[in-house]
Design a protein around this ligand. Structure first.
Ligand SMILES: [Zn+2]
Length: 114
């Protein structure tokens, strides 16, 4: 299975051909490939907890849920919908999720955009 194909263009931007970020985010799992999704993994003792990372294809067999950047960032309402929907999921851990977004902000050099 081609994970990149299933996730689509990682940084197509809201405007066609525009880039969303100054810097391409690199997969937090392998450190080698472009990140293409926010992905959730089992974590903690006995895998009872969850943790979020932004990753590429290498985690396709280990992630329990992923949200592709092509969908997450296709519009401002789409991103808002993703955040609100994710917060309503079972076992949502806000600190872990927002720490990932902070790392993502650093990885994409998005400081000062708001
Ligand atoms: Zn990777």
């Amino acid at each position: 299975m081609n994970k990149a194909g299933s996730k689509g263009n990682r940084n197509q931007g809201i405007k066609r051909r525009a880039k969303l970020w100054r810097k391409e985010p690199i997969c937090e799992a392998c450190g080698k490939e472009p990140a293409t999704s926010f992905s959730q993994f089992r974590a903690g003792p006995n895998g009872m907890g969850v943790t979020w990372k932004f990753t590429g294809d290498c985690t396709i067999d280990t992630e329990i849920r992923w949200e592709g950047f092509d969908r997450a960032f296709r519009s401002v309402p789409a991103f808002l919908d993703l955040i609100a929907n994710t917060a309503g999921k079972h076992r949502f851990e806000p600190t872990d999720f927002f720490l990932m977004l902070e790392r993502f902000r650093r990885a994409t050099d998005s400081y000062g955009e708001y």
